[in-house]
Design a protein around this ligand. Sequence first.
Ligand code: AMP
Length: 192
Amino acid sequence: MRLLLIGAPGAGKGTQAERIAQRFGLVHISSGDLLREHVARGTELGQTASEYMNKGDLVPDELVLTMLREPVIAAAEAGGYVLDGFPRNVGQAMEAYDIAKPLGVAVQVAVYLEVARESLIDRIVERGKTSGRADDTREVVEHRIAVYEESTWPLLDYYREREQLLQVDGDLPVDEVTDSVLAQLERVRATL
Ligand code: AMP
């Protein structure tokens, strides 16, 4: 199974992606984690990316696509993937499709984790106390949410029209969110 998660910063994508991956034997690929690894290793890509990440802006599409190409293809061959944090805009989704479709590794299902705007900022500021992430601060978070609303939201219509879009109430307690996502994915898997 090949799927992706869409949700605002702080919506719980990472947690749910991990659980989905475990249940279905998929590889969890987080674009944010991979970018942070590049930053930590001080690679050229990481140095460029960190300038955008620290401000809460999106890293240029080409960098992200280049970074993800091999891991995504490898994961698809190993049984499937859960993409967490990619795509972030319709341009990325279209480019990824053009690359992945001919290889037979394009996404089949998009899962939207819907969380009320009011919950997000508090969740992230709380996470920031232990995450050590430079972008988990109140100022940067507000900008990240604005970027999400402007650039990432249009993906919902994009996937609604093209693939199966599942929707989950991400304001529920975390285990209930997981139960709901897994139950919906079980049903979808039977139709793939
Ligand atoms: P995340 O861990 O998903 O919240 O991502 C942290 C930061 O990494 C974002 O604020 C962006 O700066 C960058 N990033 C992660 N994924 C992408 C992506 N698909 N496209 C562009 N930038 C990204």
